[in-house]
Design a protein around this ligand. Structure first.
Ligand SMILES: C[S@@+](CC[C@H](N)C(=O)[O-])C[C@H]1O[C@@H](n2cnc3c(N)ncnc32)[C@H](O)[C@@H]1O
Length: 266
């Protein structure tokens, strides 16, 4: 597999993270083994009934969400460039007898290894920042959708990327929302288990909400909706509060925290 040299540090970073996340409480592997569904209400409600549908999950990590869609009746394929993640996903699928296909590929090489289309192409939470080319990503995702099929993304709102995650008291600007240059981050505490520091850094990119929407339209998709939510599925900033429904919010809801988009292939 030949991949863009700029993302090679990210491959090491994600391979290392698999064991950390398999052990992290927030990933709920033990509950998943016991039958839980790891999807959040936003994507479950907005994507609706998936039973009997073929579903491709792009950037599936070690497949818990992929197999959660299988538990809801979809015929699923997960794709990720981390060989460690794909090996873990296949092992879980065999152990739990959840039918699922897992493909190891850089997303930009996916059309070379996966030569079919799907009723649903799904991707979620923490996917866009790893992509050096948004337009090509959108075209690849759209090309995997069958005519009449659906593309769906639930993602951390692009605006959140421009704030400092570590400021203890309030939203503090870190970088322009419109930054386009690649950003290099050193090793740091893992987001799912702050007690573990990864040894690999990462390279990341920022995209605006308008940029994401336009890339999907340019790829030939027709939008059903673009939703901005005041809730987040994890504590992205230290001063967030968790509510009884499990969602994390910033008091007063000053900015959108999650973005979801559903689109169709005409
Ligand atoms: C934050 S995780 C996505 C988490 C996901 N929401 C879940 O269910 O766990 C991002 C994923 O993107 C994958 N990834 C990053 N760059 C990629 C690339 N160029 N091609 C394919 N997968 C990539 C990583 O290996 C990682 O599994």
């Amino acid at each position: 597999m030949t991949i863009d040299e700029r993302v090679l540090p990210n491959l090491a970073h994600w391979n290392e993270r698999v064991a950390i996340h398999m052990a992290a409480r927030s990933y709920r592997v033990a509950e998943f083994r016991a039958g839980a569904n790891t999807l959040f209400p936003i994507e479950r409600e907005e994507l609706g009934d998936v039973s009997g549908k073929s579903l491709l999950h792009l950037q599936c990590h070690f497949g818990l969400d992929t197999m959660s869609w299988a538990r809801l009746g979809a015929s699923v394929t997960g794709l990720d460039f981390s060989d460690t993640a794909i090996a873990a996903a296949r092992k879980l699928s065999t152990e739990l007898k959840i039918p699922a296909a897992f493909v190891c590929s850089d997303i930009y090489r996916a059309p070379e290894v996966l030569k079919r289309q799907f009723d649903i192409v799904f991707t979620s939470y923490g996917v866009l920042c790893w992509l050096p080319d948004l337009k090509r990503w959108a075209q690849i995702a759209a090309d995997f959708v069958e005519r009449g099929g659906v593309f769906y993304i639930a993602e951390f709102h692009p605006l959140t990327q421009s704030y400092d995650n570590d400021n203890p008291r309030e939203l503090k600007s870190r970088i322009s929302y419109f930054e386009t240059a690649m950003q290099e981050f050193g090793p740091g505490p893992d987001y799912a288990d702050h007690s573990v520091t990864s040894s690999h850094g990462s390279r990341e990119w920022m995209y605006t909400t308008g940029g994401v929407i336009t890339a999907l339209i340019d790829a030939g998709l027709r939008l059903d909706f673009v939703h901005e939510h005041p809730v987040c599925c994890f504590q992205m900033f230290p001063f967030m509060e968790q509510y009884a429904d499990g969602w994390w919010r910033i008091k007063g809801d000053p900015i959108p925290l999650t973005l979801s988009i559903r689109a169709r292939k005409p």
